[in-house]
Design a protein around this ligand. Structure first.
Ligand code: ATP
Ligand code: MG
Length: 197
């Protein structure tokens, strides 16, 4: 009997820092779509001058590893960090297709805000041939698949986590706690590396 095709979730993000909203979204989609694993893919370092405030890629990568280490189905990929230049999702999907092989079923997970911007992404028309897209609810944003191809996009409700990396960074800068917004190990890593001060 033929082995069933592997079902792989892909969670792309800046992860500056990774927080519990990312983790809950990934966990919920993994359950709803019976995924074998979810691979978190931190973006490469933005090359635009006005984005220099983003933490170094290695710090964002390590926080993502720390946050996902205890879940046997969660993994982290360096494909975007190790590729030169700006990160485009079309490149992420092509690279991961190579990693997981032609038989794998890829599910790209995006929050409502990112889903709304998808048509502005590079090679938007091709993107939908490379993976199934799963849009998840996010407090403060409307989840809609208007103008997106219905056969390759699913919308799902996940537990509402009103958390953003921007808010976490601002909280650290203001000396406010981020306990329970991000995993404990990430709180400690941020303190140890003096990030977001
Ligand atoms: P920033 O404030 O720096 O933009 P962020 O919290 O939006 O950070 P990203 O790394 O930009 O985090 O997001 C990566 C992916 O996770 C995106 O698809 C985004 O929509 C999704 N996401 C982020 N936070 C949540 C959340 N609280 N609930 C659901 N999805 C989320
Ligand atoms: Mg964001």
């Amino acid at each position: 009997m033929e082995a069933p095709h592997r079902r792989i979730g892909i969670m792309g993000g800046t992860f500056d820092p990774i927080h519990n909203g990312h983790l809950v979204a990934a966990s919920e989609v993994a359950d709803l779509f019976s995924l074998d694993e979810v691979v978190f893919v931190p973006t490469g370092q933005p090359w635009q001058k006005d984005d220099v405030k983003v933490a170094p890629a290695e710090d964002r990568y390590l926080m993502t590893v720390i946050a996902t280490a205890s879940n046997p189905r969660f993994h982290v990929s360096r494909v975007d960090i190790d590729r030169n230049g700006p990160t485009y999702t079309v490149d992420t999907l092509r690279d991961l297709r190579r990693v997981y092989g032609p038989e794998a079923e890829l599910y790209f997970i995006t929050g409502a805000d990112a889903l709304a911007r998808i048509l502005s992404w590079k090679d938007a028309d091709q993107i939908f041939t490379l993976a199934h897209f799963v849009g998840v609810t996010r407090p403060g944003f409307e989840l809609s698949d208007a103008h997106l191809p219905a056969d390759t996009v699913s919308l799902v409700q996940v537990p509402a986590m009103a958390i953003s990396s921007t808010d976490c960074r601002q909280r650290v800068a203001a000396g406010k706690p981020i306990w329970y917004l991000v995993p404990d190990g990430v709180v400690q890593y941020i303190a140890k590396r003096h990030l977001y001060r």
